[in-house]
Design a protein around this ligand. Structure first.
Ligand code: TYD
Length: 134
């Protein structure tokens, strides 16, 4: 058994002058994009996330730098390092996530299937376990 996530390697349109990656909602990712946000200036000791979502799907990537994601579905825990600008981590709802070990230059970009809604968050781990284990 492993946590239900997907690493997507985006095509790189590259030539001698540089590289380009294009992401299209409901094209090379499985959902329409309603929101984009990004995280930068994280300290090396920071741990972010520590929540799950009830409905939200996300595509997460580091266009600059790297960081680690720990994903937990209530049974299994897996850690993934995002360190390629053309690699995206797709996660559905009901996955507890924590991210840390940021490189000093790290930028985390998130494409989200829904607008911000605090009621979609599960911020308490015990509550998360209750919801996923039914
Ligand atoms: P949070 O989701 O807890 O950040 P992280 O998962 O990176 O630790 O959000 C941090 C703060 O930003 C919190 O006060 C909610 C706010 N926020 C918005 O207003 N809009 C958004 O789209 C997001 C993701 C967060």
């Amino acid at each position: 058994v492993s946590v239900d996530y997907q690493l997507i390697d985006f095509d790189v349109k590259g030539d001698a002058t540089g590289s380009l990656v294009a992401i299209e909602g409901a094209g090379n990712i499985p959902f329409k994009i309603k929101r984009v946000y990004y995280i930068y200036g994280t300290t090396s000791a920071a741990v972010r996330g520590r929540h799950a979502h009830r409905r939200l799907q996300q595509l997460i990537f580091c266009p600059i730098g790297s960081c680690e994601f720990t994903l937990d579905d209530g049974r299994e825990r897996q850690t993934i390092r995002l360190q390629h600008p053309n690699q995206g981590l797709y996660i559905k709802n009901s996955i507890w996530r924590e991210f840390n070990n940021f490189s000093p230059d790290c930028v985390v970009m998130v494409l989200a299937s829904e607008c911000y809604d605090e009621s979609d968050y599960i911020r308490n781990y015990d509550e998360f376990l209750r919801e996923v284990r039914g």
